[in-house]
Design a protein around this ligand. Structure first.
Ligand code: NAD
Ligand code: UD1
Length: 336
């Protein structure tokens, strides 16, 4: 089977490419390198000793996507191609809506035109909003998002669901990621944020490598055991393997199915800092600062459905995540 990874040069896409190739799938990557580098795809080939067909193209460019899909005839599309920085989405909402919604519409239209009827979509735990208490399960109604990025995910889920109602031959798997961290154990591919990282783990690794002075922990007065927020951190290779399970499931099912990809185990910001320091034997300077607007105290998954229906569950520990994040950062201090 051949899988088209739109946005496949990015952090999650490149790790998923490794997992798919290992599982025997053929992989085609389409990316405009807005937030990634072709070097990531080259390293995927190096790690797997398998070829990846790579197209530099915008997933919102219908003529380009149609050509690629006609040429490649993929059995399934995985749609990673999106802008994902929460703060930036507040400042540039139109760019976020334009890119994220347009890529989704274009991919769906081109799938229809070329007879590809399976899509796996990168959604986010953010769609649960603040209304749903942790642990979040897939039966809960979506909540209200706190930023345009989150709303694009919620809207794209709706678009995909409506498309599947109208076309009974369409198979849609919505994957709601919790907090992916870590890197491939080789240290050859990993997360490569541009500028100042927004997310916790890349900030921690950049402090450890000496690129940033200290981490600010956003709030130490939450109603949690150590006063810092709890999240469901998941190793990116576990997440990647979740995509393989989703593609396998999707091949045999039409309609829409939603899966959380998380571990079900919450950890605090200080758990991350402390585990990172212990397993890597390196210190990370930090201070407790004010809360960040829009942060929820506790977010974690009910991971039961993916286990029972997909037969997938996360296997790697928090120590693995911290070790592999550091291994990537220290071997690639300037990224790709
Ligand atoms: P990433 O930025 O590393 O990867 C996204 C890829 O899409 C990049 O390679 C980028 O160049 C590409 N891209 C963006 N717009 C494109 C376009 N119009 N045409 C072609 N390529 C385009 O991000 P990631 O962390 O790998 O995330 C992948 C997906 O998962 C995104 O949709 C993101 O919103 C979603 N997601 C990520 C997280 C997370 O914590 N990383 C959490 C939940 C959901
Ligand atoms: C954020 C987004 C979410 C998105 C996800 C992946 C918000 C409100 N949510 O999730 O929509 O899907 O990233 O891109 O932005 N922290 C610090 N110091 C830092 C950075 C983070 O203390 O410098 C804390 C945060 O307060 C949070 C935890 O670390 O408690 C994790 O933060 P982060 O990695 O940004 O992920 P989320 O906020 O959970």
């Amino acid at each position: 089977m051949k899988i088209l990874l739109a946005g496949g040069a990015g952090y999650i896409g490149s790790h998923t490419a490794v997992a798919l190739l290992k599982a025997g799938y053929q992989v085609v990557v389409l990316d405009n390198f807005d937030n990634s580098s072709p070097e990531a795809v080259r390293r995927v080939e190096e790690l797997t000793h398998k070829p990846v067909v790579l197209y530099e193209a915008d997933a919102a460019d219908k003529a380009a996507v149609l050509n690629i899909m006609k040429q490649e005839q993929p059995d399934c599309v995985i749609h990673f191609a999106g802008l994902k920085a929460v703060g930036e989405s507040v400042k540039q909402p139109l760019r976020y809506y334009r890119n994220n919604i347009d890529t989704t519409l274009t991919l769906l239209e081109c799938m229809e035109l070329t007879g590809c009827r399976k899509i796996v979509f990168s959604s986010s735990a953010t769609v649960y909003g603040e209304e749903n208490p942790a642990p979040c399960n897939e039966e809960m109604p979506k909540g209200s998002c706190t930023n345009p990025y989150g709303w694009t995910k919620s809207m794209m889920e709706q678009i995909l669901q409506d498309a599947a109602v109208a076309d009974k031959n369409l198979g849609v798997v919505l994957l709601r990621y919790f907090n992916p961290i870590g890197a491939h154990e080789s240290g050859r591919i990993g997360e490569n944020p541009r500028g100042i990282p927004n997310n916790l783990m890349p900030y921690v690794t950049q402090v450890a490598v000496g690129k940033r002075e200290r981490l600010t922990v956003f709030g130490g007065d939450y109603d949690t055991p150590d006063g810092t927020c709890l999240r469901d951190y998941i190793h990116v290779m576990d997440l990647a393997e979740g995509h393989v399970a989703a593609v396998e499931y999707g091949a045999g099912h039409n309609g829409v199915e939603i899966f959380n990809l998380g571990t079900g185990q919450p950890y605090s910001v200080l758990d991350i800092v402390n585990t990172f320091q212990q397993v890597n034997n390196i210190s990370v300077a930090y201070e407790i600062g004010p809360r960040r607007a829009g942060d929820l105290p506790v977010v974690y998954a009910d991971a039961t459905k993916a286990k029972t229906v997909l037969g997938w569950q996360a296997k790697r520990s928090l120590a693995d995540m911290c070790r592999d994040s550091w291994n990537w950062q220290k071997n690639n201090p300037e990224g790709y």
